[in-house]
Write a protein that binds this ligand. Structure first.
Ligand SMILES: CCCCCCCC(=O)SCCNC(=O)CCNC(=O)[C@H](O)C(C)(C)COP(=O)(O)OP(=O)(O)OC[C@H]1O[C@@H](n2cnc3c(N)ncnc32)[C@H](O)[C@@H]1OP(=O)(O)O
Length: 142
């Protein structure tokens, strides 16, 4: 699949049953230091790519946990690749891992692991109802 993504994900495809590959390029406006990505971009793009693995299996999910290791500075505007794979599934939980590498040598820049939880399409409707309850009862907090 190809398309425009504000995070700079240019292409995604499944490779076998449990692995997905993503062509990525960090946009200049995500710079955090000279010519290198802000760490928030690195975390966000790993969240996006790992979370697309269930989606590529036509499963809607949300991120429940995400852990990121920042191994090396990530250059902006250079071809990068994310490889994401399912480590295991348990109930509605998908345990997914991934790596961000610099092409063409696939030098490791960052790695991530996380848990995605399957949701039904009413997930965001329920959230809107919860938000309306919060607005109706300020100070309740649950
Ligand atoms: C639906 C369309 C999705 C579209 C893509 C959107 C992508 C995103 O941007 S996601 C945004 C960032 N993430 C979020 O906003 C998630 C916010 N958190 C939540 O909504 C909830 O805490 C949520 C859904 C993760 C869990 O809700 P909760 O009411 O606890 O659900 P519950 O039914 O009790 O638990 C579901 C499962 O998740 C597990 N779980 C819940 N929280 C966690 C956690 N932090 N770590 C591990 N597992 C967890 C439970 O053990 C349970 O597992 P199982 O089904 O195997 O028994």
């Amino acid at each position: 699949m190809r398309g425009t993504c504000r995070l700079g994900v240019e292409r995604e495809r499944l490779e076998g049953e449990d692995t997905a590959l993503f062509d990525v390029r960090c946009p200049r406006d995500q710079e955090g230091g000279p010519d290198v990505a802000h760490g928030g971009w690195t975390a966000a793009v790993l969240d996006e790519c790992l979370g697309h693995v269930p989606l590529l299996h036509r499963v809607l999910s949300v991120t429940a946990e995400l852990s990121v290791s920042f191994v090396k500075p990530v250059p902006v505007e250079r071809p990068l690749e994310v490889r994401a794979w399912v480590e295991r599934r348990a109930g509605s939980r998908w345990y997914i891992r991934g790596e961000l590498v610099l092409l063409p040598n696939r030098a490791l820049l960052a790695k991530a692991s996380g848990i995605w939880v399957q949701r039904d399409p009413a997930h965001f409707d329920r959230h809107q109802r919860w938000l309306a309850e919060q607005d109706a009862e300020p100070g309740r907090g649950d």
